[in-house]
Design a protein around this ligand. Structure first.
Ligand code: SF4
Ligand code: SF4
Length: 712
């Protein structure tokens, strides 16, 4: 509001910051309130302090009796919310009105608009969300499926994410209470039976009591104990205690469950120890999960299915450390054969199945660096899969990988530094992106760099289930003086700069509400990182233009700049893992980061992780921002050969040649004849010679149809 404490004092307004909210310290409070006509109490949640002040001043012997307002004003109207966090933007209007009422000299209501919720654009990209998802090869991808006609309840753990995946899974209950709510509402439901998911860690410390309760209540329920040997949600810690599958089986038998099935991706491991299990235990490969569940749901009473398969993230770590054999088998998708139907994604529910846009339309590829070799993607009837046994991944070449940092350094040395920043108040930088890609590292590096320059900073990370590919927002605030960092959140419309490392998260309302039109500079990475929706919907569209439109609407078109960090990282360094550091370099060169170069580089060095690679990525980002021509000179690569051009004629000629190679000249002529006929008709109707949208579509799709893989 641009009011100093002196301005307030001159108008008779005093501030009192309560240290202990209950019980309040009365003597000082009475002194503070002496001669005051009114006290406005600002506190989050319930009116704890406000109520005590009323008790203190109502008919008190000290003769001090100001009006107490807070949650309600002096006339009883609602004033300050009891719900959620009371950040400045939620209070500013109330406080400005209250001050203006008391003294015209304190009327700053014209400043309020800078903190109110901006009008954000609603468009075709509203439904595009970056929701967290199971890791590639995660056992929950398979284990949380339920047979048709059944429904399941989630528990606490990674498997809770099944609630967001069209898996007839919903509900919420505390750890250890899994399924006990069904004991209450099951008898009043038309649903005869329920599946209840329960993690092995939860089972050990409290979940077994929930099973006991369900047995006591004679519920019709099947507990699916998801035995993955880790507390996966919080980073793969080992579960408390050691209860192997056979001990768990004997325990649930003792609790009185009616039927027990063990399902695993390696069921043969139990062959030699079946005598350790209760006699009624049945054993099944995970391929039979659906039949097993159908069998269990028909058994009256409480039944248990223990689904054993190690957590994919834990497996990955163990393989890296050499504690677990890394299977020699890798799957690839032959894109010439792939039709882009998306069934591999449906079969596996695996995020390593990535859509790739090719000359012949959208196909699929396996992201080999995130693939955890679970092989469920090949369970359909698709002939596109190629199995490679015994091979290892070749290090991808990058233009700079071989040339080393010298080639880059020579050009970097000539770059002009960004304009010097002149700021003393807080400088707010929002960094957003996809969980697990280093957004939090960017925030941490910036904080270290600020510290090296004796500046103050705060970093507030919003992560949620972010390590599972969800949205991450990192609020980074810098200031010359500590007291300027009076809150860690970047408030409504207060961002000075915004580095959007992912378009979907960047265009979310949470991110854009920090943007002020005509003030916030946005640097947006336009690389299309697929969203989980692409697993369910093979034609899912990221709506890139609509996402960018949201940003431009919020900040102003000239305040938004775009680039493709992954493309640069892949092409020059052969690895996209450094793309967010590259983005940081780009942002620094553009002047979005108010810190010196030495501090930035030193922060990367102090991080002690892939220092050379990260420094190269940072410098590459700088070069891309400052001197695209020098970047092109470094690139020096020709455009990929063998592609169709951009005109209809070029497209038709390309597909004709393709069909000739696919079968023979007669087959290609058949294609040409139909397309030419259609083209003539469209030209006659539209009068246009080359803008022929129908011909273009048919030229594309008829060739696709004719070159359909014939393995079926
Ligand atoms: S299942 Fe469909 S999308 Fe996946 S590889 Fe096969 S053809 Fe391609
Ligand atoms: S093998 Fe297939 S299902 Fe398994 S992790 Fe790799 S891509 Fe995903």
């Amino acid at each position: 509001l641009e009011l100093s404490l002196d301005d307030l004092a001159a108008a008779g307004v005093r501030l009192y910051k309560v240290g202990l909210s209950f019980p309040i310290e009365q003597t000082r409070m009475i002194d503070f309130a002496r001669d005051l006509a009114q006290i406005l109490v600002i506190e989050e949640k319930a009116p704890i302090v406000e109520g005590q002040l009323r008790d203190l001043f109502y008919n008190g012997p000290h003769g001090v009796r100001p009006i107490i307002t807070g949650k309600r004003d002096a006339l009883g109207a609602e004033q300050i919310s009891s719900i959620g966090e009371l950040r400045p933007s939620r209070l500013i209007e109330t406080v400005a009105n209250w001050l203006a009422q008391h003294s015209p000299a304190l009327d700053r209501r014209h400043n309020v608009v800078d903190f109110t919720q901006p009008q954000l654009l609603s468009n075709a990209a509203d439904a595009v969300k970056r929701i967290p998802y199971f890791c590639s090869g995660c056992p929950h991808n398979t284990s949380t499926r339920v047979p048709q006609g059944s429904r399941a309840q989630p528990g606490i753990g990674c498997h809770f994410m099944a609630s967001w995946m069209d898996r007839a899974t919903s509900g919420q209950i505390q750890m250890g209470g899994e399924g006990v709510d069904w004991a209450g509402h099951g008898p009043f439901s038309r649903t005869p039976h329920l599946f209840q998911n329960l993690g092995d860690g939860t089972y050990y410390h409290s979940g077994y009591l929930a099973i006991r309760q369900s047995v006591a209540a004679q519920s019709n329920i099947t507990y699916k104990i998801l035995f993955n040997e880790a507390v996966a949600m919080t980073g793969g810690q080992p579960v408390d205690g050691t209860l192997p599958v056979d001990a768990m089986a004997r325990q649930v038998e003792a609790e009185g469950v009616k039927a027990l099935a063990i399902v695993s991706d390696n069921i043969a491991q139990y062959d030699a120890i079946r005598n350790r299990f209760p006699a009624y235990t049945t054993f099944h490969d995970r391929d039979k999960l659906d039949q097993v569940q159908r069998m269990l749901r028909d058994v009256p009473g409480v039944t248990v299915l223990i689904y054993q398969q190690a957590c994919a993230a834990v497996k990955r770590r163990r393989r890296k450390k050499g504690e677990m054999a890394d299977p020699a088998k890798r799957l690839f998708i032959n894109q010439t054969v792939c039709e882009g139907c998306g069934d591999c994604g449906v079969q596996s529910n695996c995020l390593s199945i990535m859509p790739v846009e090719t000359e012949f339309g959208r196909k699929r590829a396996i992201n080999q660096s995130s693939c955890n070799k679970d092989y469920t993607c090949a369970k359909g009837f698709c002939p596109s899969f190629v199995v490679v046994n015994g091979g290892t991944l070749r290090k991808r070449a990058g233009v700079l990988r071989d040339a080393g940092s010298d080639a880059l350094a020579a050009r970097i040395d000539q770059l002009p530094p960004p304009a010097a920043h002149a700021w003393s108040g807080p400088y707010d930088l929002l960094v957003t992106g996809v969980g697990g890609t280093g957004i939090i590292t960017v925030g941490a590096l910036l904080a270290v760099a600020a510290h090296l320059e004796h500046k103050f900073s705060s970093v507030l990370d919003f992560m949620g289930f972010a390590q599972k590919g969800g949205a991450v927002l990192s609020f980074v605030r810098f200031a010359e003086q500590r007291e300027h960092l009076n809150q860690v959140r970047i408030d409504t419309q207060q961002a000075d700069a915004f580095l959007a490392c992912d378009l979907v998260v960047g265009a979310s309302n949470d991110a854009l509400q920090t943007v002020r039109h005509g003030r916030t500079r946005i640097l947006a990475n336009i690389h299309e990182t697929p969203i989980p929706e692409s697993l369910r919907n093979p034609d899912a569209d990221l709506h890139v233009e609509a996402l960018l439109e949201k940003m431009r609407h919020a900040a102003g078109a000239e305040w938004v700049e775009t680039f493709d960090a992954q493309e640069l990282a892949e092409q020059f360094l052969g690895d996209t893992i450094v793309s967010n550091i590259l983005a940081m370099g780009y942002a620094w060169q553009r002047g979005l980061i108010p810190l010196g170069l030495r501090a930035m580089i030193r922060a990367i060095e102090l991080n002690e992780v892939a220092v050379d690679m990260n420094k190269m990525a940072f410098n590459l980002g700088r070069l891309a921002a400052a001197d695209p021509q020098a970047l092109n000179a470094l690139r020096g690569a020709a455009a990929p050969a063998g592609r169709a051009g951009t005109t209809v004629d070029e497209l038709i000629a390309h597909r004709e040649a393709h069909l000739h190679a696919y079968q023979d000249a007669a087959y290609a002529r058949r294609y040409r004849a139909l397309v030419d006929r259609l083209r003539g008709a469209e030209q006659a109707l539209s009068g246009a010679q080359d803008k022929l949208p129908l011909t273009e579509k048919v030229a594309f799709n008829f060739a696709k149809l004719m070159a359909y893989k014939d393995e079926y």
